[in-house]
Write a protein that binds this ligand. Sequence first.
Ligand code: PLP
Length: 390
Amino acid sequence: MPGFSTRAIHAASRIPVAPQPPLNVPIYQSATFEVGSAEELAELLEFRRPGHSYSRYSNPTHAALESALAELEGGEAAIVTASGMAAIHAALASMLSPGDEVLAPLALYGGTYAILTGLLARFGVTARFVALTDLDSVRSAIGDRTRLIWAETIANPTTEVPDLAALSTIAGAHDISLVVDNTFATPYLANPLTLGADLVVHSLTKYIGGHSDLVAGAVIGSAQRVAAARRVVIDAGGNAQPLEAFLALRGLKTLAIRMESHAATALAVALALEGRPGIRRVLYPGLESHPQRDVARRELRDGLGGGMLAIDLDGGRAAGERFLSRLRIAVHATSLGSAETLCSHPASSSHRQLSEAELGAAGLTPGLVRVSIGLEDAADLIDDLGAAAG
Ligand SMILES: *Cc1c(COP(=O)(O)O)cnc(C)c1O
């Protein structure tokens, strides 16, 4: 009889056969998978056979999330990654070579700005920043080296809504790609692939996870483009983790009702705060005063404005900091898409890498605070945010 350790290890590896499928996808917490032959392993490593070999390449819990995200975004395939930034890295690194140029918006997620101007710049990729809401300046910024246009469905943090269908037409006419960060809108509010985008990226950390308890990302698009992104993830080790994939799958089940609630409350807060003394401007795509309200009405489900708003306070940086210190219900924290309302001051946090001139060009005034409306009762948030602003 084999020794105790041998028997313990084999006994503990018996996979239960469950005739009744569980309601939820199991967490396949395993780095590796047993194969029947060297040939089978070689085929799995090259994705020539369905199945899994090693969790940096693929994993059943990841695969379940990938197929759900592909379906909800209208893509052929998806890959889930360690974070939103790993997804952004995989998308960019799979499409660009030294000498290529990216057109990106002035108002842009800080991490995307950082990878474009830092890591990728060191590898010979240049970035040119334009206002994506000004289609003429987009057209005139495209040059011989431009390979792709990067857009956010709803821009961070100014809530601009670029016309993705028009950008996709421009990209197509120049034989370049359109990649869209759909984190703020989620697949519930918008499907950029159906508007002509070539690739969509997400930070699942935000609305899809929905509870600020995971960090993960995803790239979604055609099978060919996703295979190229997967190659980058395998080589750079940017794979997701099974527990995070499980939590993101759980989040997907309630995404629609959470987004409806975030949007209804955000609109109520925006309407209540717009025009109050001490508040210069409320930027929210659901408000009639929003500069791209028409685009939002076309592009976002039922014309909803999402859950993010920007409040521009009188009194500049000091007013922004005072706002954060006065909050009683909303939480001063970075990130977004939580059950809790989260507030931040981009000029001193997420966008601190930008110079004063760049902040100004991006519409990021020093008194601007970013609010991720949570799932609390609207009346309580109106009181809390109103008192903090006033
Ligand atoms: C948070 C965020 C990211 C980065 O995602 P991580 O999961 O933090 O790596 C990218 N884009 C947008 C719009 C984000 O809000």
